[in-house]
Design a protein around this ligand. Structure first.
Ligand code: IPM
Ligand code: MN
Length: 342
């Protein structure tokens, strides 16, 4: 048995705790020992105590080897939690404060999906763009109200994202990188992204390059998903196209993500792409595959390559054995079935 890795577990809201429980069950079955600490964070805690992410808790989290997160967010339309409270106060705060500058989202087209047989990865910049929180109101609440929300793009932030994407592409068989942006309209941010990719590309001579506008990417993901190997893009475009990528590869219930601090100055955070789905919480209908695959990404990051591959393979085999179009069994049954394969 390998040495225990210290992992902070944030089950969060809605189906979060349910899918995380299955992911931890599967990791345990892989033989990797995790030393876990549960953190009660999310809309529930906020409603009970008014706290989102107290500073001492954030400092504790810095000391872990990794963070596994289920989902955070109140029920859609909840009037008790102002929009953005959990998103900005918890998830984005963790991404920014822990410098998780890469959001890595791998996709595999499942049998029966639009992108069946396709395999590609999105490298989403995770600390800048419109997510940075730049902007504000003028004359709020008056007829002359103004709201601005700027996009922050630093050379450093774009370059480290581009280099990560190139390095990843260089290790993959197809060695192809597509920059996705909107350079025809976002002529400042788009120019910085395009120039940065152009300028670092000579360092990765084996990687071929392409550029797609983000709107065209939405067509290609549906009509020709096989054209993609590695995509890199900014924070908001990455958010949007990874929901679409999830949908065309079989459903958002399968999409995993790794919020990485590649410099390893702190823990990285692993979470399914999907949200809290409060409407199905407690029904057993949640799909734990995205959380299980996110746990496989976590194992890889923790240096447990072999276990990571076995977990990913067990998940893929489970999916291959499932008759698509028929309903999925309950959350716990899926977790048990994958754990048994290990
Ligand atoms: C995601 C989510 C988050 C995002 C939300 C919950 C803040 O949609 O991880 O894709 O917009 O990044
Ligand atoms: Mn999203």
């Amino acid at each position: 048995m390998s040495e225990a890795h210290r992992v902070a577990v944030i089950g969060g809201d809605g189906i979060g705790p349910e899918v995380v429980a299955e992911a931890l069950k599967v990791v345990a079955a892989s033989g990797v020992h995790l030393d876990t600490v549960d953190y009660d964070l999310g809309a529930d805690r906020y409603l009970r105590t008014g706290e989102v992410l107290p500073e001492p808790v954030l400092d504790e989290l810095r000391g872990f080897d990794a963070i596994l997160l289920g989902a955070v967010g109140p029920p859609v339309g909840s009037s008790e939690v102002p929009p953005g409270t959990m998103e900005r106060g918890l998830l984005l705060k963790l991404r920014f404060d822990l410098d998780l500058y890469i959001n890595l989202r791998p996709f595999v087209g499942l049998p029966g999906s639009i992108a069946e047989g396709c395999e590609f990865v999105v490298v989403r910049e995770n600390t800048e763009g419109t997510y940075a929180g730049e902007g504000g109101f003028l004359r709020k609440g008056t007829p002359n109200e103004v709201a601005t929300q700027g996009s922050v793009n630093t050379r450093m932030g774009v370059e480290r994202c581009a280099r990560f994407a190139f390095e990843l592409a260089a290790r993959r068989p197809r060695r192809h990188l597509t920059l996705v942006h909107k350079t025809n309209v976002l002529t400042f941010a788009g120019d910085l992204w395009q120039r940065t990719v152009d300028e670092v590309s000579p360092d990765y001579p084996g990687v071929s390059r392409d550029y797609n506008h983000v709107d065209a990417t939405c067509i290609y993901l549906v009509e020709q998903p096989g054209r993609y190997d590695v995509i890199t893009t900014d924070n908001l475009f990455g958010d949007i196209i990874t929901d679409l990528a999830g949908a065309v590869t079989g459903g958002i219930g399968f999409a995993a993500s790794a919020n990485l601090n590649p410099a390893r100055t702190g823990p990285s955070l692993f979470e399914p792409v999907h949200g809290a789905a409060n409407d199905i919480a407690g029904t057993g209908a949640a799909n734990p595959l995205a959380a299980i695959r996110s746990a496989a990404l976590m194992l890889e990051h923790l240096g447990e390559q072999e276990a990571a591959e076995r977990v990913a393979k067990a998940a893929t085999e489970y999916l291959a054995s499932h008759q698509f179009g028929t309903p999925f069994p309950p959350t716990v049954v899926i977790g048990d079935a994958i754990a048994e394969r290990l």
